[in-house]
Design a protein around this ligand. Structure first.
Ligand code: ADE
Length: 226
């Protein structure tokens, strides 16, 4: 799977994909992430990428031409399954969207800055607009990193234990149950006995009950009984 990220601050994306699971996915040839500096497509000697908004008002808008030239170049090289614009007024991101995106081959992510990008790019190129939550970031880069991380880790064969992503929080509309590791007794704080019993069916049952309890307490909306 391949991500192409268009950014005005590519330095923000130097590190997130070079560690841990993302690095393993890249090393296995399962995930490629390419970051494109929109400034290289900027206009004139100053490589201009933004301008004042028509109609007045504070804040700059990212211009059509640099974005269109960058997108056109990428589209000439391969077909994209989705061209995604990260924006607070997009569709709210969740695990279901991550699952759907993990089945795609090529995804382009456009990071906005300042007041956002010229609406005509959204109309003519963008196929999906995503918000990672009801708050405003200073740019789309951190949102893009979240999309790549959450999608990248569920590409088949990325996780060592192939089934483990299935038990993540949200995969079955339940939060994950509590987990413990050694020692079984730390400062007198004991691990629930069932987990050291070796009785696998009982352990599964306990985990399901805990997941349900946790979801009821913390996120009843996931169970449809808010
Ligand atoms: N860019 C700025 N804020 C954002 C958000 N909440 N989600 C996605 N992209 C953004």
């Amino acid at each position: 799977m391949r991500f192409d990220i268009i950014s005005a601050v590519p330095e923000l994306l130097d590190s997130p994909f070079n560690h841990s699971i993302m690095k393993r996915a890249a090393d296995k040839g399962l995930l490629e992430v390419h970051v494109h500096n929109i400034r290289e497509y900027g206009l004139g000697n100053y490589r201009q990428i933004d301008d004042y908004q028509f109609g007045g008002g504070a804040g700059m808008v990212m211009m059509c031409e640099p974005l269109a030239n960058c997108i056109d170049k990428l589209m000439a090289e391969r077909d994209y399954d989705e061209i995604i614009y990260l924006t607070p007024d997009g569709k709210r991101y969740d695990q279901k969207m991550a699952n759907q995106l993990s089945l795609k081959e090529n995804i382009m992510l456009i990071c906005g800055h300042y007041k956002g990008i010229d609406e005509r790019i959204r109309e003519h190129y963008v196929t999906l607009e995503i918000s990672i939550g009801d708050f405003v970031l200073s740019g789309g880069e951190l949102a893009a990193a979240i999309i790549v991380d959450s999608v990248g880790r569920i590409i088949p064969k990325v996780l060592g234990d192939e089934t483990s992503a299935l038990f993540d929080s949200f995969q079955d509309d339940l939060l994950a149950p509590p987990v413990y590791t050694r020692p079984a007794d730390f400062r007198g704080w004991k691990v629930p006995e069932i987990l050291t019993s070796g009785n696998l069916p009982k352990i599964e049952e306990w985990r399901y009950d805990q997941a349900l309890k946790r979801t009821q307490e913390r996120r009843p909306d996931l169970l449809g009984d808010e």
